[in-house]
Design a protein around this ligand. Structure first.
Ligand code: GLU
Length: 486
């Protein structure tokens, strides 16, 4: 049976052309990947519907809220490109507004002061648990008329025998029995509202049409609907996003992957790749396409097609997407990003133009910007055993002959023509004649000292003529000298 408070999908005081949604994080920790997902889905919905995206900081819990967390959240949302249209509003700056509504509820008898101590509440809870009952506030102070001075908290009077239902855009109709809610604390005092209360007042004051948030808030929704009703507000339309799971399908935690957005930034994930990946945490387009820029995601986004079941956070997919986005960047783009991320000292190889060229060549092998260190490393000289110069099917003598011949050819290349392409054009005829592996293996090992590395022409193009010849001469020495004994 439908209760009179079964809200249909669009409240009548809001029309579709005034979609207003929000991200309302509590600054009690660094920007979490789950909050970033909630922000993104709200932002996408606002963009899709031509609505507004509002940013509100829920900092009424003064003990746990910190400025550094607020800064991290603001910076993270900006970095992702989730620009808000209004805000950030801070609940700590809106205490007068909450006080007004708290007084209204107290005056109407819809809220009351409760003097139960924490010890008393703990005892009640234990007794209820022993009797196998749900642990809810037993209503001790409901009709006691406790004066404000003795109040520990202000409680909201929840009607006892009612069903509260709402149509969730993702999960369909959800119903709760009010008897299982119990009178809930809505403020510590007139100047200290608690979450469920402040949210209702703000969602109304800020004219939210829809509330899109994580599944962990479902149990709060009937409480918020009741408070809204008591204040004469029409509640927004709700949509609860699925949980984010690790690959083992348990709730995602640090055990599975980094949970703070900033960690992803520092590891060199690009914002566009993260936005793309996060959009797929619970949603996918009809055509199942995976790599999509934000504009295409907005075009295809449909909140009604968000899944109910948990969304698996697959780091390998993120890595694949990130590599795709890295490939699209120029060496100069990547150079600028790396400098911004890690600083010049850690990034520049020889000089800026050389580093840009190195990135141009190496970007195909990078999944994350942090892979740059290993990439750059592969162009540095390494100590190695001379035996490595002799390819599997070659001999020390043959390797020495081929290296010497290469040395001779390379000496003849002018410094200003010393490019990967020219070197390839000059050396490949010889390699094709003598056998590619026989020639290119010792050449590459001499240049890099590594079993696996970028190709010899790439390396020479980056490290230049003098350094290439120095490395080759050292290789020849190893093959001829006593230390080369394989
Ligand atoms: N401040 C709440 C949180 O950080 C979100 C509130 C809401 O979306 O209703 O989880």
């Amino acid at each position: 049976m439908r209760s009179p408070y079964h809200y249909l999908s669009m409240p009548d005081n809001h029309s579709t052309d005034t979609v207003r949604v929000r991200i309302a994080p509590s600054p009690t920790g660094f920007l979490h990947i789950g909050t970033a997902r909630t922000a993104l889905f709200n932002w996408l919905f606002a963009k899709k519907m031509g609505g507004k995206f509002i940013f509100r900081i829920e900092d009424t819990d003064l003990e746990r809220s910190e400025k550094r967390f607020e800064d991290d959240i603001i910076e993270g949302l900006r970095w992702l490109g989730l620009q808000w249209d209004e805000g950030p509003y801070r609940q700590s700056e809106r205490l007068d507004i909450y006080e007004r509504s708290l007084r209204e509820l107290l005056d109407k008898g819809l809220a009351y002061y409760c003097e139960c101590t924490k010890e008393k509440l703990d005892q009640d809870r234990q007794a209820q648990q022993q009797e196998g009952k749900a642990p809810i506030y037993p209503g001790t102070c409901r009709d006691k008329n406790v004066p404000a001075e003795r109040g520990q908290v202000i409680r909201f009077r929840v009607p006892e025998h009612e069903t509260i239902s709402f149509d969730d855009m993702i999960r369909g109709t959800i119903s709760f029995e009010t008897g299982l809610i119990g009178d809930l604390a809505i403020a510590k005092n007139l100047r200290t509202p608690l979450y469920n209360f402040a949210v209702v007042v703000d969602d109304h004051e800020m004219r939210m049409s829809h509330v899109i948030r994580g599944e962990d808030h479902i149990a709060n929704t009937p409480k918020q609907i009741l408070i809204a009703r008591a204040l004469g507000f029409t509640p927004p339309v709700y949509a609860h996003l699925p949980l984010i799971l690790g690959t083992d399908r348990s709730k995602m935690s640090k055990r599975h992957a980094a949970t703070s957005l900033n960690e992803y930034r520092m590891q060199g994930y690009l914002p566009a790749a993260l936005v793309n990946f996060i959009a797929l945490l619970g949603w996918h387009p009809l055509d199942d396409k995976e790599k999509m820029p934000a504009a295409e995601i907005i075009e295809k986004f449909d909140i009604n097609r968000v899944q109910k079941g948990g969304a698996v956070f697959d780091v390998q997919k993120l890595n694949w997407l990130n590599a795709e986005y890295i490939k699209e960047k120029t060496g100069a783009d990547l150079f600028a990003m790396l400098i911004a991320l890690y600083g010049e000292e850690k990034v520049v190889f020889h000089d800026a133009p050389t580093t840009v060229r190195l990135l141009e060549i190496g970007k195909m092998r990078m999944e994350r910007l942090s892979d740059y260190e290993a990439l750059r490393d592969s162009f540095l000289p390494h100590t190695y055993d001379g035996a490595l110069l002799v390819g599997k099917k070659s001999t020390r003598e043959a390797a020495a002959v081929h290296l010497s011949k290469c040395q001779e050819i390379i000496r003849g290349v002018l410094v200003h023509e010393f490019t990967q392409e020219n070197l390839e054009a000059m050396l490949m005829p010889y390699a094709n004649n003598e056998g590619r592996a026989a020639v290119l293996w010792p050449l590459r090992v001499a240049l890099t000292g590594q079993e696996r590395s970028p190709g010899p022409f790439e390396v020479m193009g980056i490290v230049g003529k003098d350094e290439s010849l120095r490395r080759i001469a050292e290789g020849i020495e190893k093959l001829n000298g006593p230390s080369s004994a394989a």
